[in-house]
Design a binder for this molecule. Structure first.
Ligand SMILES: Cc1cc2nc3c(=O)[nH]c(=O)nc-3n(C[C@H](O)[C@H](O)[C@H](O)COP(=O)(O)O)c2cc1C
Length: 133
């Protein structure tokens, strides 16, 4: 299986989770590409990939704007493409589970269908600061 994971990370927590995923995918004999999203990331041809992941920090119970803006630039897929979310938040609130709803709606229009989502709680990066440790 060949997997691509698009990752947006403000302060490194989401990137760390994504790298763990990539390591596990590779350790299980599959292929994985990690694409870091920023405003200049160009749309990528997904035809070679069996699964598409989107990893993001929860921002105001939503996916951050650069993530869903990027999703809008992706081409409509000729065949249904399975996708998954890695959502990383600072609080263990159930409301965070709905953070991918808007992104999933955009992807559905591209024939990319979210099959699963995984929620990780990592250090909170606003209001107060955690120690680096
Ligand atoms: C603008 C902003 C909004 C946030 N909103 C939420 C939120 O709605 N729920 C939550 O649990 N954490 C929220 N957080 C905390 C981050 O999701 C959390 O710290 C995450 O681990 C940061 O990941 P990153 O290092 O990849 O950016 C917010 C952080 C920022 C900067």
């Amino acid at each position: 299986m060949k997997v691509i994971i698009f990752c947006f990370s403000g302060t490194g927590n989401t990137e760390r989770i994504t790298q763990e995923w990539v390591s596990e995918i590779l350790a299980n004999g599959h292929e994985a590409d990690l694409i870091k999203l920023d405003k200049d990331t160009q749309p990528i041809d997904l035809s070679a990939y069996d699964r598409v992941g989107f990893a993001y920090p929860v921002h105001a119970f939503n996916a951050p704007e650069p993530v869903w803006r990027y999703a809008k630039t992706l081409a409509e897929q000729p065949e249904s493409k399975p996708a998954f979310f890695l959502m990383v938040s600072g609080e263990p609130l159930n409301m965070n589970h709905r953070s991918g709803d808007k992104l999933a709606r955009i992807l559905k229009r591209k024939n990319i269908h979210v099959e699963s989502a995984y929620h990780y709680v990592m250090p909170y990066n606003m209001i107060f600061r955690h120690s680096e440790a």
